[in-house]
Design a binder for this molecule. Structure first.
Ligand code: IMP
Ligand code: MG
Length: 169
């Protein structure tokens, strides 16, 4: 396992992202929606940087298909609990790979009356994108490799590591 992003670099970048998000949403109460399970650590660090204004909710999405590849056929296995109508939602995701999971979820939120949907992803793997998707805030761009740590898993392991590591499979 090789370190790709150190814990210190992650923390510094999360603080920068929070400053950008704050500057863009002055006075508007944001609803952060974390996609479980991978985004739970990123969301908790981001929320602590954003401070008092934010509300927090979570969803869990399941993609049919094998463990490491998205199929684009998504279903909600844990739904949101807060009111969405007319809100500004910042979707917080660990990593965007093909983009199929997030594309489905963004469309789903719009169908449910969310006024403004923004995306904040810790890691973007743009070379793997299969559909067009605009990411509003990105922590790091990493071209390839299977990553674990800081919420990201391989077979439910490694989520608790403080940095991001590439797994040699
Ligand atoms: P997408 O629909 O292909 O963009 O899939 C994104 C989801 O796949 C992420 O939210 C992760 O849960 C998972 N995923 C994609 N790449 C990795 C990786 O390198 N490590 C761990 N999980 C990943
Ligand atoms: Mg995920």
């Amino acid at each position: 396992m090789k370190e790709v992003i150190s814990p210190e670099r992650i923390q510094a970048r999360v603080a920068e992202l929070a400053q950008e998000i704050k500057a863009d949403h002055q006075g508007h109460d944001l609803l952060l929606v974390g996609i479980l399970k991978g985004a739970f650590i990123f969301l908790s660090d981001l929320a602590r940087q954003l401070g008092e204004e934010v509300e927090i909710d979570f969803v869990r999405l399941a993609s049919y298909g094998s463990g490491m590849q998205s199929s684009g056929e998504i279903r909600l296995t844990k739904d949101l609990e807060l009111e969405l109508n007319g809100r500004t939602v910042l979707v917080v995701e660990d990593i965007v790979d093909t983009g199929l999971t997030l594309k489905w979820f963004v469309d789903h939120l719009r169908d449910r009356g969310v006024q403004d949907v923004k995306i904040c992803a810790l890691i973007d793997k743009p070379e793997r994108r299969e559909i067009k998707l605009d990411l509003d805030y990105v922590g790091f761009e990493i071209p390839s490799g299977f990553l674990v740590g800081y919420g990201l898993d391989y077979g439910e392991k490694y989520r608790g590591l403080p940095g991001i590591y590439e797994l040699e499979l």
